[in-house]
Each structure stands twice: as C-alpha cells, then as structure tokens.
Design a protein around this ligand. Structure first.
Ligand code: IPM
Ligand code: MG
Length: 399
C-alpha cells in the first residue's frame, strides 16, 4: 500500500472512533440518578460462574450468600439468578465478547456477581475478541472500579477508585496497524469520565471520614490525557477543604506502596484505568495475593462484583481448580451486599473473612493439594459466620 493511502485509511478509522467517543461524551452529559435499593421490592442478583476456576469459587460464594440472604430469598425480595452463556466457548461460538441474549439477561439483573472470564490475546486458541470484562464495564456503564485492600496488622487501609470505562481500555481492541511496521493504539480521557470517578472518590472519603485522597497519573509524560485527569482532580479537590489532596506519578506510587513508612498514609487512591489495573494487583499481593481481593464495578444503574484475578487456566490444566482461593469473590460478595443495602450482613461477612483469612487462619488455602480446597474453606467461613461468638472473636483480634 502506498503511504498516502495507508495514512488516509488510518485517518478514516480514527475519524469513526472519534465520532463514537463524542457520542459517548454526549451520553455522559445526560443526568442519570443512582438506583435507590432501599425502595427496591425485588432485587435480582445475576450469578455468572465464568471460566477456569470461576465456577469453583463462585459456587462457594453463592453458598455463603444463600445462608446470609435465606430470609430475603424466601420472601421473594432477593433472587439469585444463574446466567449461562458467558463462557469463552460460548463467546467464541457467537464471535462476540458478550452474546446479545446474555447481555439482555444481564440487563434484567440489578447487580451481578461474576467469576473471572478468560481474556483472549493474540496467539491463543480462541478468537482474539475484546475482553468480556471490558465489554461489560462499558455496556453497563460501570465507570467506577472500587478495590479495597486492608491489612489491619500492618495499618494498611486503602481503597482504590479506578476509572473503569476509558483510558487505554475503551479502544484497546480498536488500534490501527497503519502499515506492517507501524501499530498505534489510543488512550481516551474525557472531562465527564474523569469528573465522575474523581467525585465518587472524594465523596467516599468524605462519607467515611478518610482524610486523604491521592491521584495517580503519569501526567509528566502522557500530557494530554493524564494531564486532563490530574487537572480535574486538582479542581475537584478544592471543593473538599477538609480532605488533603496529593498527586503522585504511577512509577513512584508503585514504589511507595512497598515503602512501609509511607504506605500507611495512603487512604483513597483515584486513578485512570490501566494504572488502576496494575497498582491494584500489586496492592492485593501485600494482602495475600490477588486471590484475596474483591472488586466492585459500579455504575449508576447497574453494578457488577468480581474477584480481581483471572481465570487461572494453569490451575485448571494442572488439576488444581478445586484448591483455588474463593476469598476474592467472597470479598466481592461483601461489597455487593453493602451496595444493595445490607450493610449489617456485609459487615458480618467481612468480619468472618478477616477472622478466617487474616487472624485465626485455622485452615489455609495454598492453591495446591497440601492446602485446603475451596469447598473446605467455604465450610470454615460458614461455621465461623454461624457461630454465636463471631463478634467477640473478631473484637479479640482488634486489641
Ligand atoms: C482486572 C483484570 C481485567 C482488566 C482483565 C481481565 C481484562 O485484569 O479486572 O483487573 O485488565 O481490567
Ligand atoms: Mg487486573
């Protein structure tokens, strides 16, 4: 192809992408109210098992939910609904990240608890489809990815607010090979997209008495997009005089999360999509690994709760799926309970998980046969949850 032709083709492609992005900006400008769960008569929780270890760990989280919500389920206030058809096999068959009928079913739920889904990449045996996670976050407009990391014994109490629908992700499958030698991807940051995640982070800090918000970018190098995000963070911070605002570049932030003298000062951390992806895996590792961290994907209308890790095909391949750690998706279930208005049940479940994973640790999950299975771990969680001494046990570990 002649160079001029290649450039023209790339420009046409880019033009179409921009048209779509501008449409999304217009949509974001329209006012949407948050769903009020306190008046909801019937809440449908969609359950998606996912791929690899997904169905194994999701099943165990569902057991705990069924125990905690048995009354509400019996009264018809809560429904747990299995959503099939989102496995990688089904997606490959439909050649769609989320087959249309499945997307329809997801939209009939208010919230979703989801196991990890395989994300194909070039060279895999699967068609190189866009990640179903990324597609779901975009289709349901789940703009806030909220990821708490708590290690009480080390004084760590962080909550990450990761922007979830823009950045390098939104056009991650729409890059251009301009020629055989020149590949270009795009990063998108909008005023509206930045404002809503940053505001949510500050509001969370305010409501929860957290005195510091840290914004993380690479605005010294990625000047236009990260620059916009940082400017917005600075602007919004002025509205919250009681909250200290600071900004960090992502490289030094990655280092400071390891610095035991500094890291306990971080509280609420707000950041664009890809930096959030990376730093939250790092942060989860301190807590005991990605298998221990839950994640909430929140929008005004829908919300989806998941483990922060992937489907662990290696574990399945090596026959270790039954030894996967379900505490990540159980933590996600805690966030879901809180989101739909069951703060008491969420707190109970959270205390139980703290006891089982951080304090008492009667049984250990290692991901291998010398450790417990995920079903054994779920039994331990259920026994602890049902025990009458839960509160006093938890309190005894706080001293
Ligand atoms: C996550 C995951 C996803 C992401 C993958 C599976 C697309 O790593 O939720 O952090 O990059 O967002
Ligand atoms: Mg990730």
């Amino acid at each position: 192809m002649y160079q001029a032709e290649a450039i023209q083709k790339a420009m046409d492609h880019f033009g179409k992408l921009l048209e779509l992005q501008l449409k999304i900006v217009e949509q974001m400008k329209t006012e949407v109210n948050w769903v009020d769960f306190s008046v909801a008569k019937h809440i449908v929780i969609g359950i998606v098992g996912g791929d690899g270890i997904g169905p194994y760990i999701t099943r165990e989280a569902v057991k705990v939910l069924e125990y905690l919500l048995h009354e509400e389920m019996a009264q018809g206030k809560i429904e747990l609904r299995n959503i099939e058809g989102l496995t990688i096999e089904e997606r490959a068959k439909a050649m769609k990240s989320i087959p249309d009928n499945v997307l329809g079913e997801l939209k009939n739920c208010q919230v979703i608890l989801k196991g990890p889904l395989t994300t194909p990449k070039k060279g895999d045996p699967w068609p190189n489809l866009e990640s179903a996670n990324v597609a779901m976050r975009r289709e349901l407009d789940l703009f806030a990815n909220v990821r708490p990391i708590k290690i009480p014994v080390q004084g760590i109490d962080w909550i990450f607010f990761r922007e979830n629908t823009e950045g390098e992700y939104i056009l991650g499958s729409k890059g251009i090979n301009v020629t055989d030698d020149l590949a270009v991807d795009f990063k998108v940051i909008t005023t509206q997209g930045s404002e809503r995640i940053i505001r949510l982070a500050f509001e969370y800090a305010k409501k929860n008495g957290m005195k510091r918000v840290s914004a993380v970018t690479k605005a010294n190098v990625i000047k236009t997009t990260d620059g916009k995000f940082l400017e917005m963070a600075k602007k919004i911070s002025k509205e919250y005089q009681d909250i200290e605002f600071e900004d960090w570049f992502v490289d030094i932030m990655a280092a400071k999360l390891v610095d035991t003298k500094r890291r306990t000062q971080f509280k609420v951390i707000v950041l664009p999509n890809l930096y959030g992806d990376i730093l939250t895996d790092e942060a989860a590792e301190f807590q005991g690994g990605v298998g221990t961290a839950g994640s909430a994907n929140i929008g005004k209308r829908y919300a989806m709760f998941e483990a922060i890790h992937g489907s662990a095909p290696r574990m399945v391949h090596e026959g270790r799926a039954t030894y996967a750690d379900p505490s990540s998706i159980m933590r996600a279930a805690v966030m879901m309970l809180k989101h739909i208005g069951f703060a008491d049940k969420a707190e109970k479940m959270e205390k139980t998980l703290d006891i089982c994973c951080q304090f008492e640790k009667k049984i250990r999950i290692t991901g291998r046969p010398e450790g417990a299975t995920c079903a054994q771990f779920a039994d331990y969680v259920l026994d602890t949850l049902k025990a009458i001494d839960l509160e006093s046990k938890w309190a005894s570990y706080q001293r």
